[in-house]
Design a protein around this ligand. Sequence first.
Ligand SMILES: CC(C)(COP(=O)(O)OP(=O)(O)OC[C@H]1O[C@@H](n2cnc3c(N)ncnc32)[C@H](O)[C@@H]1OP(=O)(O)O)[C@@H](O)C(=O)NCCC(=O)NCCS
Length: 176
Amino acid sequence: MSIEIDILNGDASWKRAEPLLQAVWSPDAAEKPVWADIKWAHADLRVLLDAPDDSGLACHVGIYFRTITWNGHKVHVGGIGGVSTRADCRRRGYASLALDAAVHTIRANDAVKFAILFCEPHNFAFYQARGWHPFSGEVYCEQPSGQIRFEAMAPFVNDIVRAPRQGKIDLCGLPW
Ligand SMILES: CC(C)(COP(=O)(O)OP(=O)(O)OC[C@H]1O[C@@H](n2cnc3c(N)ncnc32)[C@H](O)[C@@H]1OP(=O)(O)O)[C@@H](O)C(=O)NCCC(=O)NCCS
């Protein structure tokens, strides 16, 4: 038994990822989360981790590449989003493995200066324990209604050759 990790084109692998993402992010919670109405970008690549017991996809991490602006200067970044592990497969290290694979993939792109993800407070410790740092500045992004300040989730940064902690980030497109 071994854990299989694939890194695939985001659109081509959507069908494989969709059931897991819908199960993990199903909008059937009694209270709508603050991000429920946000329109999200599609992943450029996906890390897909299959459970070793042949029960199918156990974990997903989306990878994004984007030229954004940080304090008005263009900078190419990597993004991480849609981090999800099937409920019956949690606390086995799958998200940590998939996240590592995603960060390696982002770092392999020489143009990328840092990576960004967005998360809710209950996951802050998870990401901080894995080398991500809070970004305390302002983040803006596009939505169908136009540009908005993005406050639905908190930004975290993984340093590569830049280590932004504050200032203004414009995602120059939909958030992830
Ligand atoms: C957050 C989430 C992705 C974590 O997935 P996961 O596969 O359970 O993550 P891991 O197993 O790598 O790590 C989870 C914890 O289990 C621990 N763990 C890992 N392997 C373990 C093992 N073999 N035995 C016991 N604990 C283990 C890790 O140390 C970690 O604990 P920590 O947060 O205190 O460091 C998952 O809970 C999830 O899908 N949640 C819902 C969606 C969500 O919130 N996604 C994040 C969006 S930003």
